[in-house]
Design a protein around this ligand. Sequence first.
Ligand SMILES: C[S@@+](CC[C@H](N)C(=O)[O-])C[C@H]1O[C@@H](n2cnc3c(N)ncnc32)[C@H](O)[C@@H]1O
Length: 294
Amino acid sequence: MKSQRTNDDAQMKDGKREYAFTRRDFDRVRTLIREHAGIHLNDTKQDMVYSRIARRIRSTRMETFQEYLDALENNTDEWEQFVNSLTTNLTSFFREGYHFPILADFLRSKRGERIRIWCAAASTGEEPYSIAMTAIQAFDNASPPVEIIATDIDTHALAVAEKGIYPLERIKRLTPDKLTFFHKGVGANAGKVRITKEVRKLVTFRKLNLLEKNWDVQGPLDVIFCRNVLIYFDRPIQRQLVERFSPLLSSDGLLFIGHSETLAQDKDLFKLRGKTVYENSRRSQSLARSRHAA
Ligand SMILES: C[S@@+](CC[C@H](N)C(=O)[O-])C[C@H]1O[C@@H](n2cnc3c(N)ncnc32)[C@H](O)[C@@H]1O
């Protein structure tokens, strides 16, 4: 799927356009995806938008961008494909690896409690499965007291995640202790690996658009991973999300964000605890209150 996208993107650079694509078409796509998913596409994304939507036009046997975009609004199934085709799902196992020892320490500090984790832009599953593997190792127990809710707007990515089957090269850089969480495929599945059942059973996947008014995720949560998705949103949307995360997260909970994201403007809600790891400011406030009362 992704390699197909890359080929299409490359073809675009040769200027071989199958369909006429005007600035107006680009702006329409841009407005629709922004209103619906919050994703901001800047001018450098024109070729990417062309190649991905051209593929949808081809599949739906339509003839122009205008025809496709006119039809889109009344077609729920195509709407889902439209969103899926414009997301960027780049992820990997133990991406931004410095987060996982912090998570492991946090989980160990909660021994004896049931721990709830939300992975809010789970993409194809590598991130929530990395969280699950970390929990199994932190507790040295194949059934740790951990529940991971993994959500994403992209139903295609979620279907891949749910299967838990990946090309072998996706785990090439993992250390031997992590490789024990994968079965190697044989015969027709040679060259692929599957996540073990013990890891898969800790994770529940479901579709969730972060822009929705009501999130199907109940608090209190101990940990929220929302990595490498805030970057696609503009500042007012980022702020709205962060405002909604705060009351969902327990007062001693942790919020993990991506390497190029920051909550520097949200100090009233989240305090930096480590590299792109934040704690709820409610914790510092209640600690200060208890120190004051003592
Ligand atoms: C670059 S991936 C990041 C994956 C993973 N969190 C990581 O850091 O490796 C961004 C993900 O955000 C998802 N996404 C984009 N807009 C979203 C929205 N409005 N609601 C939920 N997920 C969204 C995309 O579908 C994509 O899977």
